[in-house]
Write a protein that binds this ligand. Structure first.
Ligand code: N01
Length: 553
């Protein structure tokens, strides 16, 4: 019997948002299939299985809220979950809610085409699978399209190399090896201390140092777990009303400048010991908006680095000085800075002397050669947009998503793109994405999409689109929110600045998750303002929505 290929909805990606979308849309009675490139569920937590991988949000928060029994039953072993625990949880949820049989694994979607005649998406995958669907939910992850910089000579390397997000399931034995680690973002900072424990020598190639605060991993305290479980419903409500979709566990102290230097120091010491990077940034209200306030916090961390790292030259090299703290994702580490006190660890500055090529025996920079057995690329991702554009998406009038986004991504509410009807994005550009807690944010977006589809089915709509004008308006809100902060001052992946040639556009809505929820709700309550049902998108769909808006008075 041939495989079924016509569905009401196709969900792309079996990460946390995709699994929940599959569950919710199936609950509407729709015929839904989830297509997953990997051989298992978990998304980010399926792919990123490098040593030391773990989440930097507390386990009690970084979990689903949609089912009270699930959140009461599940026992997290650790305060901050390591990758295997998160993957185990994703598998548990998949089986508990009977989702597995509706997931097609090993199915990497590489073509999405909207057929205007039938108002159906035609979906094709690398393995030859094809399908049609009325709705597509792209839950493809903000950090899936991994970035291996095109260093010449990689093919000639006689050792082994791995990108951290394509780490082999069977692991990589680094014991006694000369390991080269390229990249010092959240991932590099997690892997370095673990690799240094076993490697003969670890060479860390750093282009830009990162700010990091200690995580201090620990078992989950049973009393803390009970406290959460007793109040889960109320605390989830608080999270949904929080700008970062988290439960605030560290008090806020107003402006940095409300306090004497001694009092500031004391507050920051306490926040440092609270072992939570995001909340460290929130100890003061002006850290992310006032450069002078930010500098006080940044200098506090530099002081810690200088205290921890014994060699003053190495310490100085590890001190970030070129961007405000928090404008690149603040890292949480377990002994990262201490790693550089080890005899078997060397820090190499590839900002001053960039890597020029990979060689048979290692790599070369502009001033030295390094012999290596294993090269670890912790070099990040084509973030936010990479996983969408990789699917070769064509909308109405033959509109190509890459072309449409040539000057930077556009969206309406981070959910729809003009010219691509019935294609809903989760954590798309223009949504709070990674700057809010991802599971709660994803759950909320999926609930919104589910309500939206319910409306369409009830009203008998065949398609929904948005317009370039509404993309422009939403783009202005996204941009305006970022302009109130310091985020644009960093060459971060939030800005697309890590991928050569990618347009520099701040891709994330930083107005707060709570405000985002309000805006999405308002637009629906205002009679689905900005949405166009059952017609071609009004106005040109190719327009450059990053061009300045015409002046109005
Ligand atoms: O990637 P990154 P990541 N030559 O882009 C360097 C989440 N996350 O995988 O900064 C030399 O941050 C690059 O240098 P530079 C989290 O949201 C969360 O570490 O561009 N170096 C940088 O140092 C995070 O933000 C968790 O100058 C090159 C590094 O590679 C996101 O994932 C854990 C280079 C890339 O850092 C991505 O983090 C892990 C080149 N040609 C990840 N190209 C937790 O929850 C790039 N680099 C704890």
């Amino acid at each position: 019997m041939s495989e079924k290929s016509a569905f009401d909805a196709v969900v792309i990606g079996a990460g946390f948002s995709g699994l929940y979308a599959l569950h919710r849309l199936s609950g509407l009675g729709l015929d839904v299939r989830c297509l997953e490139a990997g051989d298992g569920v978990g998304g980010t937590w399926y792919w990123n299985r490098y040593p030391g991988a773990r989440v930097d949000i507390e386990s009690m928060q970084y979990s689903y809220s949609f089912d009270e029994d699930l959140q009461q039953d599940w026992k997290w072993p650790e305060h901050f979950s390591p990758q295997p625990d998160l993957e185990a949880y994703a598998n548990h949820v998949t089986d508990r809610f009977g989702l597995r049989e509706r997931i097609r694994f090993g199915t990497r979607v590489n073509r999405l085409r909207f057929d205007e005649g039938t108002s159906r998406w035609h979906i094709a995958a690398e393995d030859g699978f094809t399908a049609t669907a009325k709705y597509v939910i792209a839950a493809t992850g903000s950090l899936h399209a991994h970035n291996v910089p095109p260093f010449p000579g990689l093919d000639s390397f006689k050792g082994t190399w791995h990108h951290t997000s394509r780490w082999p399931a069977e692991g990589v034995d680094l014991t006694g090896k000369r390991v080269g680690l390229i990249g010092t973002g959240s991932t590099g900072i997690q892997i370095a201390p673990v690799a240094a424990e076993v490697a003969e020598h670890l060479t860390v190639f750093q282009r830009t140092p990162a700010f990091s605060v200690p995580a201090v991993h620990r078992a989950l305290d049973p009393a803390y777990e009970q406290e959460w479980k007793a109040q889960y419903a109320e605390r989830r409500e608080v999270m949904r009303a929080n700008p970062s979709a988290v439960f605030p566990t560290v008090p806020r102290f107003g402006s940095v400048f409300d306090h004497s230097p001694e009092a500031r120091q004391e507050i920051l010491e306490r926040a440092w010991s609270a072992r939570n990077g995001l909340l460290f940034l929130q100890a003061f209200t002006d850290t992310m908006v006032d450069p002078a306030a930010n500098e006080v916090v940044a200098e506090f961390i530099r002081g810690k680095i200088r205290q921890i790292v014994r060699d003053p030259e190495v310490a100085e090299l590890l001190c970030p000085k070129t961007y405000p703290v928090g404008t690149k994702r603040i890292c949480m580490d377990t002994g990262y800075y201490e790693t550089f006190n080890r005899e078997n660890v060397t820090l190499v500055d590839v900002r001053t002397h960039p890597i020029t090529r990979i060689t048979e025996s290692g790599l070369r920079t502009t001033n030295a050669s390094y012999d290596l057995d294993v090269i670890v690329f912790a070099t990040g991702f084509d973030g936010v947009t990479g996983s969408f554009t990789a699917m070769n998406v064509t909308g109405t009038d033959g509109l190509d998503l890459r072309e449409k986004w040539a000057d930077g991504p556009t969206s309406y509410l981070g959910l729809l793109v003009a010219g691509f009807p019935n294609l809903f994005m989760v954590h798309g550009p223009g949504s709070p994405g990674v700057l809010a807690q991802m599971i709660t944010g994803g759950e909320w977006q999926v609930d919104w999409i589910t309500r939206f589809i319910t409306h369409m089915e009830t009203e008998g709509h065949e398609r929904v689109d948005t317009t370039v004008e509404w993309e422009r308006r939403w783009g202005a809100e996204v941009d305006g929110a970022a302009d109130h902060t310091l985020y644009k001052r960093a060459d971060s992946w939030y800005m697309g600045a890590n991928i050569p040639g990618k347009p520099r556009v701040f891709m994330i809505y930083v107005g707060g998750f709570d405000r985002y929820v309000q805006r999405c709700t308002e637009q629906v309550e205002a009679g689905y303002e900005g949405f166009v049902f059952d017609g071609p998108a009004r106005g040109p769909v190719h327009a450059n929505t990053h061009a300045p808006a015409p002046a109005t008075d």
